[in-house]
Every structure is written in structure tokens, then in C-alpha cells.
Design a protein. Structure first.
Length: 294
């Protein structure tokens, strides 16, 4: 089917802004031209792509399906243009990484520093998101690579490039409020305590919920947040028992202790993944060389 790429460009702009007027501003064309382009594309595809009313614009199921295919293509073209136009970085272009704020703070910072020192003219962009959300960014071609917790139910194993850190998760508490001493605590015992953990959208939450289900137990947390650092702060003031990766723990924190858990908690990894359907940028390849492999 012979369809002008400009029609897809207009479709992408309307689909991501959900506004014909905003799309016209970004594309520097009239709103009428935007409407005519969408109408022409719908006629060629023989599908309605948008639901229009006086208050808002939304995608039809066909429009949602088309966006999933058009968005990676647009992002790939933009990445290619940026690499070609960025003469200062010798064709490397921008390095765009997706990772959670915890992984950024406790793992990525020294490697970002090394990369910046080695390639000072290459712009670095980091998008913070949960591990499952990072996979979506990767699939859409919005990032060069992602650094996430692994296992990750959303991640296609073929995208996995290498594991860079092995870690264990820990239950921590302030003994002034939860004094178990050297006693072994079971999952059943933990159910009677206020549990502090990451939100349901995270891979860590999915991991812990599945772990409890394997022991025929339902986990109902007291508090769910998007920050491990904040979970540590709340555990320190006695609001509950926090579940966090052990690499977030400081050996000098005297207010918190790691609980002895009766059940075995499997180790996990921090892993780096790329989109195996897209070419890997030169900047991403150079960054990968800096990272260790477990």
C-alpha cells in the first residue's frame, strides 16, 4: 500500500497529543491540513483512527494498534537523524537510558560519570520509570537501552544483553519498634506486620507477591510507594517493615536491621536490555562496554 510517510507523521503527532490544534502547532501546518491528512490516511487504511467530539480526541482500537507500530518507526528515524546531525559526538548521537531512580542512584551513577568523561560531547538522557514501564519505552524505540530488575515479566529474553549485578532483597525494620532479635520470621508472621513496599506497577512488587503466593499466602501491604529511599525512611521511624534490594542498605545505618527470614528468597539481577529489532547506536555500544557482567 502506497501511503506517504507525511500522513503517518501527522497521525503520530495527533495520536500522541490527542489534539488536532496542538498537532498543527507542532507540525507548523493549519488545523485543516491536519484534519485532511488524517481523513486521507483513514480512507487509505479503510479504518477510523480517531473518535472526535467537541471536547476531546481519542484513539479507536485501530488507531491504538497503528500507533504501536508507527511510534517505534518515528523514534528510530529521529534517533538516526540526531546521530547524523550531531557532528560533535562523531556520529555517536545522544545516549538515552531507561531505568528506575533506585537503579540510577545505587548502580548507574559511576558508569554515567565514566561515559561522560570519555565522551563529553555526547548528550546523556535518563528516563526514570519502573522496570515494566522501561520495557515499554524500549519496545517503542524511545531508549537506546534499559537497565532493569530481572526477572521482568514484560521483558522478551531475546532483548537481554547482559546481567550486571546480582542482589538479594531484604526485609528491614527499626528494632525499637519491631524487635525480633535473632528470631527467624516466617512469611505468615510478616502478614501480621505492616509491610512497606514498592507499588504494584514495579517488578519488585510482582516478585514479592508471587513469592507469597507460592506459599499460599496473600500479601496485603500497609504502604505502597514509588521510592525505595522513602520506604527506608518510613521503616526508620517505625511505620513498618520495608522490603528493599540489599544494595540500597548502608552498613552504617544503626537504626535499621535486616530480619532473618525463614523462607528462602531467590536472588535477582540488574540487567541491561536492548531492542533486538533495532540497530544499537554507537553510544549505547560504548556504554555497554563500561558495564560489568555477572
Amino acid at each position: 500500500m502506497d501511503i506517504n510517510f507525511e500522513l503517518y507523521k501527522v497521525f503520530y503527532c495527533v495520536a500522541t497529543t490527542l489534539s488536532f490544534s496542538e498537532a498543527s502547532k507542532r507540525l507548523y501546518i493549519s488545523q485543516s491540513a491536519v484534519s485532511q491528512s488524517i481523513k486521507a490516511l483513514e480512507q487509505k487504511l479503510q479504518r477510523s483512527l480517531f473518535i472526535r467530539n467537541t471536547k476531546k480526541v481519542s484513539l479507536t482500537p485501530a488507531g491504538q494498534l497503528l500507533l504501536k507500530h508507527v511510534e517505534p518507526a518515528v523514534n528510530l528515524i529521529n534517533r538516526g537523524e540526531n546521530q547524523l546531525l550531531d557532528t560533535k559526538s562523531l556520529g555517536f548521537g545522544q545516549l538515552h537510558i531507561g531505568a528506575s531512580d533506585t537503579i540510577c542512584r545505587y548502580f548507574l551513577v559511576p558508569y554515567l560519570k565514566q561515559f561522560h568523561q570519555k565522551f563529553p560531547d555526547v548528550p546523556i538522557k535518563v528516563t526514570n520509570a519502573t522496570s515494566p514501564a522501561c520495557v515499554e519505552l524500549l519496545n517503542q524505540g524511545k531508549t537506546d537501552l534499559i537497565v532493569t530488575n530481572y526477572p521482568n515479566s514484560r521483558l522478551n529474553h531475546s532483548c537481554l544483553r547482559k546481567t550486571v549485578l546480582k542482589f538479594h532483597d531484604a526485609f528491614i525494620a527499626n528494632p525499637a519498634y519491631f524487635d525480633f532479635g535473632e528470631q527467624e520470621i516466617s512469611f505468615q508472621d510478616l502478614k501480621r506486620c505492616p509491610i512497606l513496599m514498592l507499588s504494584k506497577k514495579s517488578a519488585t512488587s510482582e516478585f514479592l507477591h508471587n513469592l507469597f503466593l507460592q506459599h499460599q499466602l496473600e500479601l496485603i501491604p500497609e504502604i505502597e510507594l514509588n521510592s525505595n529511599d522513602l520506604l527506608i525512611d518510613l521503616a526508620r521511624i517505625g511505620l513498618g517493615i520495608a522490603f528493599i534490594p540489599d544494595y540500597c542498605l548502608s552498613g552504617s545505618d544503626r537504626d535499621l536491621v535486616r530480619l532473618h527470614i525463614k523462607e528462602s528468597i531467590p536472588s535477582r539481577n540488574i540487567a541491561v536490555s536492548i531492542n533486538d529489532r533495532l540497530p544499537v547506536s554507537a553510544s549505547a555500544e560504548e556504554f555497554l562496554k563500561l558495564l560489568p557482567e555477572t
